[in-house]
Structure formats: C-alpha cells, structure tokens
Design a protein around this ligand. Structure first.
Ligand code: ATP
Ligand code: MG
Length: 295
C-alpha cells in the first residue's frame, strides 16, 4: 500500500532549506521516527527534487549517505522525501549548540574519516556532491556521520564531465571553481568535494568559518580575495593542533587541485587512519551526547 503524508504525525521542524522544510515525523501505525523533507510544488524545485531522489536511490546502499526510505507525492504536486532520521542533527547545528566551542581532534578524526568514506562511496558511483559543508553532514547518537542534501549533486556520465561551476554554497567552493578559466566547467569535481570537506573540518576545529574573520558574512568579493590572494588560507597555527591534523588540512586545502590529495589517499593519511579505532568513535559519541538535541 502506498504511503501518504497523513500516515505521519509531525513532531517538530528539523530544518529549513531553499527547497522546503524538514520535519521530524512519526509513522502513526508503527511509531517509527523519520525525517520528512517536503519540497513545494514549484516546477523548478520539483525538477531539483527528482534529481536528488535519483542520486539518493543510486546511493541507497552507501553506509555514509543518508538513507531514502520512500518518496510521497501529493495531488497538489508537493514531493516529500521520507528519510532516515539522524537524531544528532547537522554538524553545523551541533557546533552552535556547543556555543561555537571547537570540536576535539579525536572527534574530528572520526568525522573526517566517515565523511571521506561517504565521498568514496559517492565518487565510485560517479556522483559528486558539490555542496559539502557542516550543515549537510548529519550525525546520530551512535556516532555515525552521513552525507545529506543532494540538491545540487550530479551524476557524471564520463569520469571528467564538465560541471557547472556556480552551484552550491560559494563559501565552500574550491579556488578552481572561482577561476574564470574554468567557467565552462573545466575542473575536477571530485577534487572540489575534497576542498569543501577540508574546509568543513577546519571550521569545526576553529569554531567558525575559517577563511574570514570571525563573524564576517561570506560574500563573493571577500572570498575571492581570501582564496586567490590570501597566503595563510587554511593553515593551522603550530601549537593549535597536532602535526597530523595540520598536515591533513593542508592536503585537503591545496589551492592547485592537481596537488590536492584524493579521497583514497586521504583515507590513508595518519590523521584519519588513526581514527579507525574505538577511541575517536567514543569521543564523537560523547560529543553528541553532551550536546544532544532537546526533544
Ligand atoms: P539547503 O538550503 O541546504 O539546500 P535543503 O532544503 O536542501 O537545504 P537539507 O539540507 O536536506 O535541505 O536539510 C535542511 C536541514 O534539515 C539540515 O541542515 C538538517 O539540519 C535537517 N535535516 C535534513 N535531513 C535530516 C535528517 N535525515 N535527519 C535529521 N535532520 C535532517
Ligand atoms: Mg542543506
């Protein structure tokens, strides 16, 4: 039997996006909890929603991509995604609940490793995300991190298909995507996801967006200057972190995409490899518990 939106009780709003609203819902009959992302009937948004559904279905067996259980349409044309509920919310909300206190390195190692595993799963299916940032990385109370929000994701037909440069959140875009020479899309989209992930991890380490002074609103001009001219982008001050962490960030934030490490290389980096153990997983679970979402 087909599911309807009325089969679910809305518990509370989890987040708002460009496309619509995400609710925490409970299935009335089974009492199972899900996240329901409702996208309005607007034709453009619907086209984007169906692209996102296509990607989520291709990635349905990925351990570090949020699971899509089903799609519910209404006669009015709304499209709703019934998603696995990630009860720790987004990493960006988790940072805010901590009052912007930086995440400990041990927890960051586990986050970086799991997000890289997610990117590896996606990239091996020719899927690029193109909007990696803390708000699109979700976590649950078990300490599992998953990639969400494929609103601007893309399935590449050839391994190096041209990509539209200006999609996603400009603050997390890699330098080559700002480059007028690659306006036609002549850049490596896989390497661009790595840049964004490096920036996201660095943000959680600093407690604020790392390319601009604390509190500054990212705008195009300021970012161009910071990324293209700025010298000390993304470098972590000595003493502020372990050598391994600083090196890891540098490998992700190489300005020249050709020098940037690949996802596979980064999974072998000592900072991430050491997270393949109980300690950093425990640190991450602890962090979620200390800052848990109020019900
Ligand atoms: P954007 O403006 O980023 O494009 P969007 O409309 O595409 O937003 P999402 O990014 O998918 O929507 O979700 C918005 C927010 O809702 C997320 O940042 C997160 O806080 C929350 N959210 C989304 N999906 C889930 C989920 N499965 N479990 C828990 N929270 C979720
Ligand atoms: Mg989002």
């Amino acid at each position: 039997t087909e599911l309807r939106v009325s089969d679910f009780e809305k518990i509370r709003v989890l987040g708002h996006g460009n496309g619509g609203t995400v609710h925490r819902v409970r299935h009335r009959r089974s009492a199972a909890v899900y996240a329901l992302k409702v996208v309005r009937a607007d034709p453009l948004l619907r086209r984007q929603a169906y692209r996102e559904i296509d990607i989520l279905r291709r990635a349905s067996d990925c351990n570090h991509v949020v699971r899509l259980h089903s799609v519910i349409t209404t006669p009015s044309g709304d499209v709703s995604f019934l998603l696995e509920h990630m009860d720790g919310g987004s990493l960006d909300a988790l940072l805010r609940r901590r009052g912007s206190r930086p995440f400990p390195e041990s927890a960051l190692a586990s986050i970086a490793r799991q997000a890289l595993l997610g990117l590896a799963e996606l990239h091996s299916r020719q899927i690029v995300h193109r909007d990696i940032k803390p708000a699109n990385l979700l976590i649950n109370s078990v300490g599992v991190v998953k990639i969400a929000d494929f609103g601007v994701g893309k399935v590449l037909r050839r391994s190096l298909d041209p990509c539209d440069s200006y999609v996603g959140t400009c603050a997390y875009m890699s330098p080559e995507r700002f480059d007028p020479a690659s306006h036609g899309g002549d850049y490596d989209p896989y390497a661009a996801d790595v840049w964004s992930l490096g920036l996201a991890v660095l943000e959680l380490h600093r407690g604020h967006f790392p390319l601009l002074p604390e509190g500054a609103q990212p705008d195009w001009a300021a970012l161009m200057v910071a990324i293209c001219l700025g010298g000390a982008i993304g470098t972590v001050a000595e003493g502020a972190a372990s050598g391994e962490f600083r090196e890891f960030i540098e490998c992700c934030l190489q300005k020249e995409s050709g020098k940037r490490w690949s996802v596979a290389d980064l999974l072998g980096h000592p900072f991430v490899a050491r997270a393949d153990g109980a300690e950093s997983e425990r640190a991450l679970r602890e962090l979620v518990r200390e800052n848990s979402v109020e019900s």
